[in-house]
Write a protein that binds this ligand. Structure first.
Ligand code: ADP
Ligand code: MG
Length: 563
């Protein structure tokens, strides 16, 4: 594990070290101010406007306060206001960014409009207006400063969440029926957490600068003087007209500059480190339980009726799926084949009600056990996914969390929809392990300790965790070598027989489905051009495209072809 100071490359490591060293000294000075300061900064300990001397190293101000003591105590106020305001801004900004990026839709639009407005306003005039309106004081300063800097954090976080949202593991969670209240705190927040550190550090930098500006304008606390407040008084007492600016203006000015620089160095170093880790990080997966109404067992497990899906952009409309109809009965295995780009994955995604953000369902319907997905609420749909209908993801490895044992992930999948005790879920996980032909003894291992074929078995077990009626497998054997591929296909075939599953297997490869499918549907350019019993489609393909596919498949024996 890497600590917070372990930054990516050499230059960012140097930045971090310098920044931390300066801030360490500052923190010490602030903490030990009573010991370090020669006088109480609010006592009149010398004559007014004294030049530096052995008694007053930085001289005194207009009323005889010791300037060195003010400088030392000032660090407390500047750091306090900066850190508290930055903390508040980071929390607010992160919450807004997470919600907007994850929920999207009108929530996103409304929140981001507001963020844009805040970002578009000129910060300093805005701060001054609010500051004057609210009156001077530390609390006012903190409120005003956090009110103007949270928006930047929100925008940054939203951008990260938007990209994270489309990652395989988050998609897998949503496919399992996980809701925002589960995914956000447990999966999205931990993944973007590394980014919050630089956001906070950079917000502190901005806050300290704003505090100085506000105090300089007289909006600070007159009794607890920050560096900005020292400058303000120096200015008001015309320090520039005499030599006094040398010891009255330069030290607090330098203190502000050095502090801001230290936070900036540290912030950039952290940011550099956080970005790659954000990309690589894979949070754990799980879902949430919502009570579902009883299914209609007479209806087909999966019925797709004249489904039409379009991808719309500013310039074009691509009809990826064009009036596709397909049903899968109980215990039936239907193979959906077609060239890459023919729309198979879009059908598979629509079947679990999870089309990509760019897609529009422009016609038709998908029903699972008689329930039309379009009529379900978001919660009902989530309750259905992973419970009645499950997805076997394409890339098993990327759908599994590398830092959790496979048993933990299975347990999570089970408990997502069933409020069973952990021990019962563990027993069920072992059962599922055996069901897919894995040794339960190995359940305590991590995904990287498994081969590709074994990982595929694990994700199949996860799909089966809650006894779904329908399982959709989109290219379930891509990336596996041919022997393992056959094993996984045989497993799927055996499972649907034993569990009476409705299984839709999607593949670009006729070879894959012909060995197990009862029926085969052939897609070309978004349409199903042919559908029928597997043996018939293979022996007497009716459509020229199917004939091409069948002839392109190398066969070992004719017996193999007629299976
Ligand atoms: P398949 O799984 O058969 O390869 P897809 O369903 O992935 O096909 O894609 C079908 C069509 O939809 C393709 O023409 C593809 O270019 C288009 N398409 C897929 N995903 C998107 C997307 N996110 N945005 C725009 N077009 C897409
Ligand atoms: Mg595909």
């Amino acid at each position: 594990m890497s600590g917070p100071v372990d930054v990516g490359n050499n230059s960012s490591r140097r930045f971090a070290i310098v920044g931390l060293a300066i801030l360490g000294v500052l923190a010490l000075v602030a903490a030990m101010a009573p010991l370090l300061a020669p006088y109480d900064p609010s006592d009149r300990v010398g004559r007014p406007f004294a030049s530096p001397s052995a008694e007053h190293l930085l001289g005194t101000n207009d009323v005889g306060h010791d300037l060195l003591s003010e400088l030392i105590y000032g660090s407390r106020i500047s750091l306090l206001v900066g850190i508290v305001a930055a903390l508040a801004a980071t929390i607010i900004g992160a919450a807004v960014g997470l919600l907007a990026g994850y929920l999207r839709g009108w929530v996103d639009t409304a929140l981001m409009r507001f963020v844009d407005v805040v970002l578009a306003l000129p910060v300093l005039p805005l701060t001054i207006v609010i500051g004057v309106f609210a009156g001077p004081g530390l609390i006012t300063q903190i409120l005003v400063i956090s009110a103007v800097i949270w928006a930047g954090v929100a925008r940054e976080l939203r951008a990260q969440v938007l990209s994270l949202r489309e990652h395989d593991h988050i998609q897998a969670l949503r496919a399992m029926g996980a809701g925002a209240s589960h995914v956000l705190p447990r999966h999205v927040l931990p993944a973007v957490a590394p980014l919050l550190v630089p956001q906070f550090v950079l917000a502190t930098k901005a806050a300290i600068l704003l505090e100085a500006s506000l105090s300089f304008l007289g909006l600070g606390d007159a009794t607890a003087k920050s560096w900005g407040a020292m400058l303000s008084i120096a200015h008001a007492r015309s320090a520039f007209l005499t030599d006094a600016w040398l010891w009255w203006v330069i030290p607090p000015g330098l203190a502000i500059a050095i502090t801001v620089m230290a936070f900036a160095l540290l912030g950039y170093a952290f940011e550099e480190r956080a970005r790659p880790s954000l990309r690589d990080r894979v949070p754990p997966r799980s879902a949430v339980a919502v009570a579902a109404e009883p299914p209609n067992l007479d209806a087909p497990p999966l019925a797709i009726d004249k489904l039409t899906v379009e991808y719309r952009s500013d310039r074009s409309v691509v009809t990826a799926v064009d009036e596709v109809s397909l049903t899968v009965g109980p215990g039936e295995l239907v193979g959906l084949v077609g060239a890459s780009g023919s729309g198979k994955s879009t059908v598979a995604a629509a079947a679990i009600g999870l089309v990509p953000p760019a897609a529009t369902l422009s016609g038709g319907a998908v029903s699972v056990q008689g329930r039309d997905l379009a009529t379900l609420s978001g919660d009902e749909l989530r309750a259905l996914r992973g419970d009645r209908i499950a997805l076997v993801p394409q890339e098993a490895m990327s759908a599994l969390n590398p830092v959790r044992t496979v048993r933990a992930q299975l347990v999570e999948a089970i408990r997502a929809h069933r409020a069973v005790p952990r021990a019962a879920a563990r027993a069920r996980a072992d059962e599922l392990f055996e069901l897919v032909g894995l040794d339960p003894q190995r359940a305590g291992k991590y995904p990287h300790q498994f081969s590709g074929g074994m990982c595929q078995r694990v994700v199949i077990a996860m799909a089966l965790a809650n006894d779904p009626a329908v399982v959709i497998a989109d290219e379930p054997t891509s990336g596996l070598d041919p022997l393992i591929e056959v094993e996984v296909l045989e497993l799927l075939n055996e499972l649907r027989r034993r569990l009476h599953l409705a299984l839709l297997v999607v593949s670009h490869d006729l070879n894959v489905v012909e060995r197990i499918a009862d029926r085969i549907a052939v897609m070309q350019d978004g349409r199903i051009v042919e559908v029928g019993p597997a043996a018939r489609v293979l022996a007497e393909p009716a459509h020229p495209y199917t004939r091409g596919l069948v002839n392109a498949v190398p066969r070992l024996t004719t017996a193999e072809a007629s299976r």
